[in-house]
Design a protein around this ligand. Sequence first.
Ligand code: 13P
Length: 237
Amino acid sequence: MFVANWKMNGSSITVKEWLNIISSSDNLNKCIFCPPLLYLKEANEFISEKKLSLSLGAQDIDPENNISLTGGISPSMLKDVGCKYSIIGHSERRNFYKEDSTLLIDKVSICLKEGIKVIFCIGESLEERNSGQTKEILSQQLRALDGFSSENLMVAYEPVWAIGSGRIPLLEDISETSDYLIDELISLGHKQEEITILYGGSVDASNAKEIYQLKSVSGLLIGGASLDGEQFLKIIG
Ligand code: 13P
């Protein structure tokens, strides 16, 4: 899988230009496009009109349907605009909005109940890594997935220090950490054959292939480099 997370970037025009560029790929069925919420509807219209096989995802979701929540976006609204996935627990939201496990569990829960697949992000900060706490932090974050199944859920390992920094862990580290995450998910009752681990953090056309080829990595979550249609095309092959 290749997930394009546009974060707070793009416009009506660039969304259509981008879709036009990547529409030449044969691998669109492995792609999930997560533009800002405002552009999901027109992206969906474009995708339907051109019969493209990529999926749409939201960058976040609220943990309720139809309640009195100003600014809220519910699973039913996302489904209404053709969204099949939602990113949950991105480190930017954990840090900016102090989203904690209790809230994230509610978000995962409503998504799975309502038929929206989850891309659940976890990752350690540089400080945590430097103090040897990586595994402990990842395990803590993964505990939010206790009681769920991996059937409609992917885990994206995104070291916070690798996001937007141009720095990525050594391939051996990504591989070892992904293996560790798989073991941890199994210990939480997830079925091995259903587990999907993505890697994210400074993925671009120059490093995507070698990361994607790692045995325990089933996909990539791409921020900055996904904004450029030509570069994203190179990444997805
Ligand atoms: P970059 O690819 O820009 O480092 O961002 C990664 C990310 O946060 C994707 O969710």
